[in-house]
Design a protein around this ligand. Structure first.
Ligand code: PEP
Ligand code: MN
Length: 344
């Protein structure tokens, strides 16, 4: 089952909260998906002061109404122990720790201390920078507090470079998290990755194709009038359209023909990987020989013009073969780094 958590970026008024939650809970979700909670931020971590910073505790009774009248669990962001205490005292259902907070282990530990003996589901967003250890550390701190339901949310990473995304997805980071912590469910928050409505569908589909457990998508009864993140929120009706257009693929197939074809292709991949490793070992050996020549000749290890030439040749080769140049660049940079290490 793909779990959907939706609701506005911020709780703005009782009417907005109830109208959005009411419309969401009236939607017929596509098969294989269900609305498992309503999200709304009460305390908003804004980049610059002076923007709308949330209604704070004043919004708690509105969320209680969602819980009680619509029987919909509610999730809010907590950034400080005071937020968490207010949420727990009110008996709200779930909390998430935002990206900026996760970046600071002191802040996460303070929240974890406050979670001791309380077993509410906690969602931990990825830190702002693509550091899987920092993300794991936050998940571990919450787990160590005794919380049994701990999940991760992938919301992309902040980058200085221009990007079509608000927060670059860097999918290899959540994939690595799944490898390191296979029992932690991973959700995707396409809203904060995209920063706009246009790409929500493709990012959500990618998350489903990668086997994510659910989606966190911001929705608002009147997105263009939202007090925060207006350009990325969708109406409940648009959310339904978006979800209807997604395809949930099975984690495996029951078609024996497909399975045996995949098996045969995987054997081919395994053979090619072996050849690649042989080639890499041979390359490293030559690199070590060059290293000793350089030592004997008292020549510097890094030869910038040679590296420029190697990389340009690799990129030209990638172009000729129709390979993804970015991927080839990453691979050659890793090879070059290892080669330099070998020569030092
Ligand atoms: C949010 O979910 O509204 C939010 C502030 O998210 P993030 O921590 O991912 O920026
Ligand atoms: Mn938001």
């Amino acid at each position: 089952m793909t779990e959907i958590i939706s609701g506005p970026c911020s709780a703005e008024s009782e009417e907005q909260v109830l109208a959005t939650a009411g419309a969401l809970s009236a939607l017929a979700f596509p098969e294989g998906m269900r609305l498992c909670a309503f999200r709304a931020g009460l305390w908003k971590p804004r980049t610059r002061p002076g923007s709308f910073e949330g209604v704070g505790e004043a919004g708690i009774p509105w969320l209680k109404r969602v819980q009680e009248e619509l029987h919909l669990p509610v999730a809010v962001e907590v950034g400080t122990p005071a937020h968490l205490e207010a949420v727990l005292k009110a008996g709200l259902d779930m909390v998430w720790i935002g990206s900026r907070t996760v970046t600071n282990p002191f802040a996460v530990q303070e929240l974890a201390d406050c979670l001791k003996g309380v077993d509410v589901p906690v969602f931990v967003k990825n830190p702002i920078n693509p550091d899987v250890q920092l993300w794991m550390g936050a998940l571990e701190r919450v787990r160590k507090a005794g919380v049994r339901s701990v999940s991760a949310i992938h919301r992309g990473f902040s980058f200085y470079e221009e990007s079509r995304y608000r927060n670059a997805p860097k999918w290899q980071v959540p994939i690595e998290l799944k490898r390191l912590m296979p029992d932690v469910p991973v959700y995707c928050d396409p809203s904060h990755i995209c920063g706009c409505r246009e790409y929500l569908g493709e990012v959500s589909q990618r998350a489903l194709d990668l086997g994510f457990n659910g989606l966190f998508i911001e929705s608002h009864i009147q997105p263009e009038a939202a007090l925060s993140d207006a350009s990325q929120q969708v109406t409940p009706a648009q959310l339904k359209e978006l979800l209807d257009a997604l395809t949930i693929k099975a984690s495996t197939s029951s078609d024996a023909g497909i399975l045996s074809q995949i098996d045969a292709l995987r054997s081919q991949i395994d053979r090619i990987d072996d050849e690649l490793l042989d080639l890499l070992a041979a390359r490293m050996q030559v690199s070590a020989q060059i290293g000793s020549c350089k030592k004997r000749g008292n020549v510097q290890v890094l030869q910038q013009s040679r590296w420029d030439a190697v990389l340009s040749a690799a990129l030209a080769g990638a172009r000729q073969r129709g390979l993804d140049e970015r991927a080839v660049k990453d691979i050659f940079e890793a090879i070059h780094r290892a080669s330099i290490e070998k020569q030092i």
